[in-house]
Design a protein. Sequence first.
Length: 322
Amino acid sequence: MYCLEAQETSKNGIKRILLEQIDINIALLMTPGDDPDIAVHEARKNIKRLRAALRLVRGVLDPEVYHRENICFRDAGRQLAPLRDSAVLVETIDALREQFGLAPDAFAFIRDQLVAAQMQQRQTLLYKKKVPTAVAAILDAARTRIAAIELPGDDFTIFADGLECVYRSGRKRMQAAYAHPQDAHRFHDWRKRVKYLWHHSEILQLVWPVVMDRTAEELHKISSLLGDAHDLAVLQETIQAQPQKFGASEEIDRLFVLVEQRRMELETAAYPYGQRMYAESPKAFVKRIATYYAVWQQYGINGIPIEVLFEEDTESATITIL
């Protein structure tokens, strides 16, 4: 369960979350079932959740420990990335054709080249290099280290610095992205911080479910919009790196016009969501979440408010937990 549970201390909860995500990933990579591609994709997403959970307690971790484990998880994710990234390029060109109502065979030669590259990556990573097994071994070693970590404190204070840092970083990177709208990498930098905050909202979901669920949904929406925009930018960069591989320059130019148009639409669509999400100062945001946490801890009601019901014929009141 990727959230703090009722009656669970903050340090026990975050340790449990980290260890559970590691265990889930090892199982996915070692026993992927009928579709190893899906297993790798899920494992890669879970590694991002791992890094987010680690980042949430960054403020109380020894800097050396934090950097060691963050780099470990980052590098593990990077080993899995080429397999998913090559598949995404095919999905991206398919989505682009659908978005603009193009014929099913539009950009067929470019797509065929992308599919061939995907199959080659799949064969190399899954069967020659056996990357999933190697990553599982890395995570298994990390599990022992994570289990031995001692977190100081046992309340919201272990989250405060990490949460504020992620929120502040996301706010700054949003401003930088829209100040340089032609720079796709700035939007990708912002998206990474959005995803951290999204996962932090998931971890803290029970402090006030109705608010934190909505916050997570909004952040997920931003991440999806920016993710689709990033996929388009990667598609363009991939073709630009070896244009001779993808056929006629006129066809490539036509594709790039659509890529840039769609990317701009997606990044523009993310803006109002970002404005709303980053409306507070970092300190005000953290103070608000800390208040939710304190109420949750004091009343033990999972963030659900107490309703006072008055009888019409008496002056007495009964308190009911909804």
